[in-house]
Design a protein around this ligand. Structure first.
Ligand code: PEP
Ligand code: MN
Length: 340
């Protein structure tokens, strides 16, 4: 159920609707549009007595939503864009500057992590991403260094000022990962893990939400709603490729979702061409394509010696390749009215 309020409504009018919903045991999401405020009721709306709201002068329209179907957030007014701040150093995703997040798929040891961190910072990255807890398909593969990796990431932040992004795999890891990281990554396999989404929604660090590899646009948007409904509005979408019949790539990078997300949500979206293709040679061309179609940033796997990487070696570029790519992105970004 969505309540569209009259143009001239006051803050007190909005609060009146919110309080009546609370009285019915419902929560709310308030959407501030360019000229209208909308309040979406969150919870089981089947038995709402509409007369309690129809009598309010500030309510112009009540839009019912189909039972069992979560209300999709109303499309933001054109130009309503949200910036997400990555951490204390002030790096932002969703502003004019393209935010590049880079680093190894997994944190392997101190030397490689610090070398990579310094190099990607020099080349213009705003955040370091490294996996501490790895979601591996094969239970016998390297699973990540766990808390030791988080300590190394925190050391790399101290040394470089880069914000730290790392994956959290379960609700019981949220407190630990949140203690070290600036941004919590929810991976593709967990986009439908609603308990995890709610758990990262109950803490205040931004969330990098990867698209499930078979998730539709609506499922992706609704996954973000699980986080936002718990109070954390700092969500960054990440397109990382979906599973298709294509066998020349690991995943099919579905870039059309970038402009589509921008029509449906004010939140920023970045693109991960590393998981999105699985092929190191495709990282540069697909990074450029992502920026050209409006992505707010990139997530790129970089390692001093990709061939030696313990995870995702085939899709990881080396430091020299990353430097060249960052240079190319600078001219491309200015051609599409952005900065890199
Ligand atoms: C990763 O970023 O290394 C990763 C495992 O990502 P995804 O969840 O997109 O597969
Ligand atoms: Mn990876």
């Amino acid at each position: 159920m969505i309540f569209v309020l009259r143009k001239e409504c006051s803050d007190a009018d909005v609060q009146e609707v919110v309080q009546r919903l609370a009285h019915l045991g419902l929560r709310e999401r308030v959407f501030q549009g360019a000229d209208r405020t909308m309040v979406a009721a969150v919870g089981d709306c089947d038995d709402i007595d509409l007369s309690a709201f129809e009598s309010l002068a500030a309510v112009e329209l009540i839009v019912p939503t189909v039972s069992d179907e979560a209300p999709s957030p109303p499309a933001p007014p054109p130009g309503d864009r949200r910036e997400v701040c990555l951490g204390p150093a002030g790096a932002v995703v969703g502003g004019q500057k393209i935010a590049v997040i880079a680093g190894p798929c997994s944190v392997e040891d101190r030397t490689m992590l610090l070398e990579t961190a310094h190099a990607v910072r020099e080349a213009g990255a705003v955040a370091l991403r490294g996996g501490a807890f790895k979601p591996r398909t094969n239970p016998y593969s390297f699973q990540g260094l766990g808390e030791r990796a988080l300590e190394l990431l925190a050391e790399a932040r101290e040394a470089t000022g880069l914000a730290i992004v790392t994956e959290v795999m379960s609700p019981d890891q949220v407190e630990l990962v949140g203690r070290y990281a600036d941004v919590l990554q929810v991976g593709t396999r967990n986009m439908h893990n609603f308990n995890l989404l709610a758990a990262v929604g109950r803490q205040s660090k931004p969330v990098l939400l990867k698209r499930g590899w078979s998730a539709t646009l609506d499922e992706f948007l609704h996954a973000a709603e699980y986080i936002i409904n718990e109070g954390n509005t700092e969500v960054i979408f990440c397109e990382r490729g979906i599973r298709t019949f294509e066998d020349h790539v690991r995943n099919t990078l579905a870039l059309a979702i970038v402009p589509m997300i921008k029509q449906r949500s004010p939140l920023p979206i970045i693109v991960d061409p590393s998981q999105g293709t699985g092929v190191a040679d495709l990282i540069a061309p697909m990074s450029k394509a992502a920026i050209a179609c409006g992505a707010d940033g990139l997530l790129i796997e970089v390692h001093p010696q990709p061939a030696q990487a313990l995870t995702d070696a085939d899709q990881t570029i080396n430091i020299a390749q990353f430097q060249v790519l960052m240079g190319d992105l600078r001219s491309l970004a200015s051609a599409v009215g952005r900065m890199a």
